[in-house]
Design a protein around this ligand. Structure first.
Ligand code: HQG
Length: 178
């Protein structure tokens, strides 16, 4: 079983296209795990999957992208669907980081960080994770330092994604340093 492929398809279903799987997310992004499994099983490559394959796919993943609780599953971040997923606000650490492509810097330092195709801006608690995120778009990414606690103290909301990923609706340029 290709667990990476399974994990990617779960992300696609739960972040971007639940309707293709006849799934409806609740306001916090949860769907019934059994419904997801039944929907995936309609594809012949997944026709024999069970709960244990889903948990293995999540465990073998390099990042904590999904969460299972009380027979439900959700993606922890990354959503692009029109229905905005409600996240819990949480006081951020002093500094968060964002890794991005060199070509985006001018726009970011003009308009601030915007969610673009997703519901939230994604920030990282450590520089290594941020650089990895940036490397998806540029072999020499730029690391941005975000004065998160100062922003929070001035009323900007931050939300918990997982242990290393933080979310925000947007980040004004006054809190960003290259
Ligand atoms: C950029 C993956 C121009 C922003 C990753 C980023 C992450 C602007 C791109 C998660 C801008 C959006 C999210 C502005 C922001 N002008 N460009 N004003 N504001 N941008 O993929 O943060 O592996 O939606 O810098 O690891 O790269 O899928 O966001 O480059 O955690 O689990 O617009 O997705 O996680 O790109 O990545 P994305 P991201 P997974």
């Amino acid at each position: 079983m290709d667990y990476t492929k399974l994990s990617k398809e779960i992300s696609y279903a739960l972040r971007h296209a639940p309707w293709e799987y006849e799934l409806e997310l609740d306001e916090n992004g949860w769907v019934d795990l059994q419904q997801l499994i039944e929907s995936l099983r309609e594809d012949k490559k997944w026709r024999n999957i069970g709960i244990e394959d889903i948990t293995k796919a999540l465990e073998s993943s390099d990042k904590k992208r999904h969460e299972i609780k009380a027979r439900k599953i959700r993606a922890l971040y990354g959503h692009s669907i029109p229905q905005k997923i409600i996240k819990i606000t949480k006081e951020p650490p002093e500094i968060l980081y964002h890794g991005t492509a060199r070509g985006f810097i001018e726009a970011i330092m003009t308009d601030g960080l915007l969610p673009k195709g997703r519901q939230y801006v994604h920030l990282s608690s450590d520089t290594g994770t941020a650089m990895q995120v940036g490397k998806r778009r540029d072999e020499e990414p730029v690391l941005l330092k975000i004065y998160a606690k100062r922003a929070w103290n001035e009323g900007v909301k931050f939300y918990h994604g997982n242990e290393t990923i933080w979310l925000a609706d947007s980040v004004d340029k006054k809190y960003i340093e290259i």
